[in-house]
Structures are given as structure tokens and as C-alpha cells.
Write a protein that binds this ligand. Sequence first.
Ligand SMILES: NC(=O)C1=CN([C@@H]2O[C@H](COP(=O)(O)OP(=O)(O)OC[C@H]3O[C@@H](n4cnc5c(N)ncnc54)[C@H](OP(=O)(O)O)[C@@H]3O)[C@@H](O)[C@H]2O)C=CC1
Ligand SMILES: Nc1nc(=O)c2c([nH]1)NC[C@@H]1CN(c3ccc(C(=O)N[C@@H](CCC(=O)O)C(=O)O)cc3)C=[N+]21
Ligand SMILES: [Mg+2]
Length: 292
Amino acid sequence: MTAQIIDGKALAREIEARARKRSEELAQLPGGRRPGLAVVLVGEDPASCVYVRNKTRACERAGVSSREYRLPADTNQEALLKLIGELNADPTVDGILVQLPLPGQIRASAVIEAIDPGKDVDGFHMLSAGALLVGRRDEGFRPCTPAGVMKMLESVGVNPEGLEAVVVGRSNIVGKPQALMLLEDHATVTVAHSRTPNLAEITRRADILVAAAGRARMITGDMVKPGAVVIDVGMNRDEEGKLCGDVDEKSVSEVARALSPVPGGVGPMTIAMLISNTVLAAERHLGQGDTL
Ligand SMILES: NC(=O)C1=CN([C@@H]2O[C@H](COP(=O)(O)OP(=O)(O)OC[C@H]3O[C@@H](n4cnc5c(N)ncnc54)[C@H](OP(=O)(O)O)[C@@H]3O)[C@@H](O)[C@H]2O)C=CC1
Ligand SMILES: Nc1nc(=O)c2c([nH]1)NC[C@@H]1CN(c3ccc(C(=O)N[C@@H](CCC(=O)O)C(=O)O)cc3)C=[N+]21
Ligand SMILES: [Mg+2]
């Protein structure tokens, strides 16, 4: 078997095109405007710079106006909180994204909780996390990466209902919300992590396997059930400095039915979902309800 490659980039472009249509409609409303996103970057992390550049380009494609705030690496928490307060109060800003990780002197949780929950387009605020947990789609925002993974599954005709899903990783931004979204769609969900002793045994049960551990090519063909759908969230550099996922594409593509590539898979989808969330935030701010 040779796995179908799931084209996250093409799917992301479709989502951006729909967002563009809606952005233009919002701009045409009386008292309307384009959705606005503020991206805050503290320090000069090279990987973060790549993401921020990709986000800026996607905003242009989707008709979302984006602003960047670049602060020096030694910025203190108080100064960052002051900027968040100003962005919270700015009616042209619908969404606020503070690029993670933050430098050590800043407590990320303090910054995330300071964001107006109505502008939490990353979906990292406690209110968004709680809304996902209790199944309230009308409140908060869904975290972009796991939401993008759900769209990718749908795009290859995979309905999670009744399937065994395994998520490798339990972070607040990927693994945990991913497990909740799969559960919401009626999969039987297992979450594995660094203290899981028998990982291969667990992953081999998966009809849907989501790899989000941040370990280069750790998922090999022998860990995958024949015919499984494998989604690779990982963004790693290998020994040669080459960008790679958590999945060993070569061995896994001989076993899986479908596989998402890195690059061109989850990364572009994460950005498309960020844009979708920003349009949703603008709709709510303009009293237009949820249409996306
Ligand atoms: N494409 C995209 O848009 C995005 C990509 N990413 C990428 O996804 C990956 C995960 O990101 P993130 O969740 O933020 O990472 P974290 O480092 O916060 O979490 C990693 C998780 O994986 C688990 N883990 C680590 N090593 C192993 C192992 N050997 N076996 C099993 N589980 C393991 C950890 O377990 P424990 O909890 O026990 O420590 C932890 O739960 C990274 O490569 C990141 O770059 C992240 C966000 C967006
Ligand atoms: N507050 C916050 N929100 C995030 O959503 C967030 C974050 N912080 N910190 C870092 C991670 C990582 N992340 C990516 C986004 C896009 C690509 C992306 O565009 N990837 C492309 C190209 C990557 C490349 O060429 O280097 C691809 O996979 O094809 C990757 C990773 C968002 N994250
Ligand atoms: Mg995100």
C-alpha cells in the first residue's frame, strides 16, 4: 500500500478563499470593516519568524488586516501586559495572537489569561478551553492546530465515529484539545505521552493516529496499523537541519491509507484556522453571528 498524501496546503487555500468572501462582506456592512489580527512576537526566535511571515501572507490572501508587534527579547511581563490591554481596548483588533514560546521572564499563562476571551483566536484562554471541554461551540475559539487536523480528516472522508483514535502528546495547545475534538466526534480516544511505556502497542491500535510529540520521525511503520490515517503535527529539525515531522514518512507511507506531509500538511491548516477564527471574532464583534 502507498498512502494517499493529504494536501493541507490546498485545503488551507480553499478555507482562506471562503474567509476572504466573508471578510469582504463584513467590510461592506454599514459600520463594517475587515477583520483585524494583531500578532505579538517577543524576541527573534527564527522558527517563530517563519510562522509570522506565513501568517502575514495568509492574511493578505484572506483580506484580513494584520499588524505585527515585535518586542525585544528582554521585554518584561508588565510591558507585554500593557500592550495586551491596549489591543483588548482597540475596536479594530478582532484577534490577538501572542507567539509562543515566550522568554523565561514572562509567564505565558498570565499573558494568555490577559487576552480578552472574545479576541482569543488561538483558543488558548481558559474560557476557550472550558467551552471546548463542555461542548459549547457558541463560546470561545477552537485551538487552530487540532481544529485543522479535524478538517483534514473530513477532507479524506474519515468520520471518527466508532473509530479508535490515538493522540501522541498531551500539551494544552495540541494533544489535549485534539483528544477532546476526536471524542466530540465519537471516536474512542487514547492519549499517549512521554510516560507511556508501551507506545508502539498503543499506536498500533489506532485507526486515526495524530502525532504531536515533537520528536523527529519517531513514528515508524511498525507502530502503525495497516490502513490507518496518520496526521503529522510535528515540526522538527533533523540532524541535518532539515524540517521534518514526528512521522517517518518513508516507512509509514507503506502501511497507512493516508498521511499528512511536513511541510504542506498541518502547518498551513493551522494558519487557515487562525484566519477562520479571526473572521469569526469579527462576525461576533459586528453582531453577525457564526456563519463559518
Ligand atoms: N504545525 C503546526 O501548526 C504546529 C506544530 N507544532 C509542533 O507539534 C509538536 C508538538 O507541539 P506541542 O504540543 O506544543 O509540544 P510540547 O513539547 O508542549 O508537548 C509534547 C508532548 O509530547 C509528549 N512526548 C514527548 N516525547 C515523547 C515520546 N518520546 N513519546 C511519547 N510522547 C512524547 C510530551 O509528553 P509529556 O507531557 O509527558 O512531557 C508532551 O505531552 C512540536 O513538534 C511542535 O513544533 C505545534 C503547534 C503547531
Ligand atoms: N500563539 C501561538 N500560536 C500558534 O499557532 C503557534 C505558536 N504560538 N507558536 C509556534 C506554533 C507552530 N505553528 C506553526 C504555524 C505554521 C506553520 C507553517 O506554516 N508551516 C509550513 C511551512 C514551515 C516552514 O517552511 O518552515 C508547513 O508546514 O508547510 C508551522 C508551525 C504555530 N504555532
Ligand atoms: Mg494556533
